[in-house]
Design a protein around this ligand. Structure first.
Ligand code: ADP
Ligand code: ZN
Ligand code: ZN
Length: 664
């Protein structure tokens, strides 16, 4: 009798056994339809067996093999098994995350591999490379074959894209496929058409979550069949199957959107490196501000390093300085220095960008009489003022209420927002610069599909003088006439509890500063701060990534944080007060016992703490941090710990392990 072990997308970490009926071919890797309870599911055959531990009477038959999807290759199964082990999730869930939704449906119309045929595009010849670009390409090409990770650190505007395109050209010339990963926000139509124009003969598939289900499935099959030469995609594309992959490029490799924040919490950058390693191919990680993890890998010689120190067009780097807001007190968020600089750009017909760092600092309503401020009564978050809608809104649970006329605590009418939302800055700017054409870009103003593109097109066409917005504006955009960037409210990140906050702030400021002066006229960047002497601002002003990284890595080493230690976060959530914490307290006791027996490195178990938002719409949430200096030890420890946690009958507590948490 022949048995197929099938991975299914269920929260049980085991494969399920099914009898293979006479005459049915169900090779390892095949997608199959199986009966499951009273329904049917699509799963993947991960192994064959002669006999099963399931009693013969309960063993059921495979129903059918999905005929229009070729079996997954051993290399892909190996990748998914790695992810399951590394991220501590059931294999079936990993495979489900890798399969487009359409291909997981039991009943559906057949899908065929296809790559959209673009309208005839103008063919674009590559520019002559700068010397630094040529050296970078040579570093990537240095090894003819085998695993070859390269970190490309290049200042903003240094022409990293051109280096990626050369690496892609070389992969295509060798008859291999290339996977080009970009952050969610980086996948602009401009980038897509740029790649198409450069490779008019190549079949290019896009892979991101905004495609229709049919398009996603077709692109996936095209990559698997080798019909697509280039796949341009966001993080989910790193799990796609490829017939002849020869290169992976990860642009803006430090970007937080490479980390999937729920379900299978994988880092697409890390998976890309692991995938390149097991396939024995090239992987290029590029950024102006690499993650400290990648930088230390390059510094220690595990990655080759290529650097681009100046702008490819010969444009000067922007001049960056701080505005001391203790002396030059901002009125409604804007200092006199910044306003004067904005006025001056308006007179010379240049464009400006006002960047409002809203992360962790949104405008809440504040009572000047009694110090009351607006908080959500459903969760512990601060309510944010939305002036136009005359509402207070919770950005965490969605609760809304009208802005009160008087203070709910002392009835004073002296209520005012603190912090500066983009809307308020937009209004202030319009008052101060009545002749300016101002456009705002944030999550609210771009909720409509295509809205972001419309605004950016207007900026490009010169129909906007001042652009106001959040991190959505920080990266990727290239406006030659934009010469001034003002930064507001970045101080809060200097004092965040998150150990990665400084790294993120540095990256964000360098990115946003990089929008200034990309054309002929030089750029200027003004950072408003109460802490002009802070070392981080000095390093941003000097645009010295290496100096910043050196200091930041020293701090990480002293505090035993990544990359000098590995972190795991156990998150728990319950509907009843106290249950999540009790679950974590028990989990911590188990962990300490296991940690005592851990060999080959120390495993350190912290105490459970309430999660950043301890109550989310009636939920209790808490978390527990575990740290270890040795990856292998931690991995073994996690395996045993998770088995014990899974065995506990905990219906009312939902929990998840996050290996390499991004914030906590
Ligand atoms: P980065 O991604 O490093 O910030 P980009 O790849 O966007 O930089 O390049 C910045 C600008 O420089 C683009 O307008 C690009 O067309 C131009 N550029 C790139 N390489 C060259 C080159 N070798 N010669 C002239 N211009 C170049
Ligand atoms: Zn009050
Ligand atoms: Zn809320």
């Amino acid at each position: 009798m022949s048995i197929a072990r099938v991975a299914l997308d269920v929260p049980i970490d085991a494969a399920f056994d099914f009898r293979i009926p006479e005459g049915l071919e169900a090779p390892v890797g095949a997608l199959v339809v199986v009966p499951f309870g009273r329904t049917r599911k699509v799963g993947v055959v991960v192994a064959h067996a002669r006999r099963s531990e399931v009693p013969a009477a309960r063993l059921r038959d495979l129903e059918s093999v999905v005929s229009d999807v070729p079996a997954l290759a051993p290399a892909e199964l190996d990748l998914y098994e790695f992810c399951a082990r590394y991220y501590q999730r059931p294999l079936g869930e990993v495979i489900a995350a890798a399969l487009p939704p359409r291909l997981r449906q039991v009943r559906r119309r057949a899908v065929a591999a296809s790559v959209p045929q673009p309208a005839k595009a103008p063919v674009e010849a590559p520019p002559e490379l700068t010397r630094a670009q040529r050296d970078a390409v040579a570093t990537i090409e240095a090894r003819a074959e085998g695993f070859h990770p390269v970190l490309l650190q290049g200042v903003t505007g240094s022409g990293k894209t051109e280096v990626y395109l050369q690496a892609i050209a070389s992969a295509l010339a060798r008859g291999r496929q290339a996977l080009f990963l970009v952050p969610e926000i980086g996948l602009t139509p401009q980038l897509e058409s740029h790649v198409r124009n450069r490779f008019p003969q190549a079949r290019i598939a896009a892979a991101h979550s905004h495609l229709s289900e049919g398009e996603r499935a077709a692109a996936w099959l095209a990559a698997q069949a080798g019909v697509a030469d280039i796949v341009l995609g966001t993080r989910l594309a790193v799990l796609m199957p490829f017939a002849r992959l020869g290169l992976i490029v990860v642009d803006e490799e430090h970007d937080a959107s490479y980390k999937q924040q729920e379900g299978l919490r994988y880092s697409a950058r890390d998976v890309a490196v692991r995938r390149a390693q097991s396939l024995g191919i090239r992987v290029v990680l590029g950024s102006a501000t690499p993650s400290l993890e990648s930088w230390s890998n390059a510094r220690d010689g595990r990655y080759a390093l290529a650097s681009l120190g100046s702008r490819a067009t010969g444009a000067a780097m922007p001049r960056i300085r701080t505005v001391d807001t203790r002396a030059d007190r901002p009125r409604e968020g804007l200092s006199g220095t910044l306003l004067a600089a904005l006025r001056q750009r308006l007179e010379t017909g240049e464009q400006s960008l006002v960047f409002v760092n809203r992360r962790g600092f949104a405008p809440v309503l504040h009572c000047r009489a009694c110090a009351w401020h607006s908080t959500c009564n459903r969760c512990s978050a601060n309510l944010v003022v939305h002036a136009r809608a005359r509402e207070l809104r919770c950005h965490h649970c969605g609760h809304r209420e009208r802005i009160p006329a008087t203070c709910p605590s002392c009835a004073s009418t002296d209520l005012a927002p603190i912090g500066h939302g983009t809307q308020r800055i937009e209004e202030t700017l319009q008052d101060a610069l009545p002749a300016a054409r101002i456009a705002r870009v944030d999550r609210d103003s771009t909720a409509r599909k295509g809205a972001l593109r419309d605004v950016l097109d207007r900026v490009r066409a010169g129909e906007v003088d001042v652009l106001v917005g959040t991190q959505m504006l920080a990266k990727g955009h290239d406006y030659p006439n934009l010469t001034l960037v003002g930064v507001l409210d970045s101080d809060s990140a200097l004092f965040s509890a998150d150990f990665r906050a400084a790294e993120r702030l540095f990256a964000q400021l360098v990115q946003v500063a990089g929008r200034a002066g990309r054309g002929e006229r030089p750029g200027e960047v003004l950072i408003q701060t109460d802490f002009p002497g802070h070392a981080l601002y000095a390093e941003v002003a000097a645009q010295d990534y290496a100096a910043f990284a050196h200091e930041a890595l020293d701090e990480r080493r002293a505090a035993s944080f990544p990359p000098f230690a590995h972190l795991v976060l156990l998150r728990a959530e319950s509907k009843k007060e106290g249950e999540a914490t009790a679950f974590l307290a028990a989990a911590a006791r188990t962990a300490r016992r296991l940690a005592r027996d851990a060999r080959g490195g120390e495993v350190e178990v912290f105490d459970p703490v309430p999660a950043v938002l301890e109550r989310k719409a009636g939920f209790e949430r808490a978390q527990l941090l575990v740290r270890s200096s040795a990856r292998a030890t931690l991995q073994r420890f996690l395996g045993s710990w998770r088995d014990i946690l899974s065995e506990r009958e905990e219906r009312r507590v939902r929990w998840a392990l996050d290996v390499d948490p991004q914030e906590f």
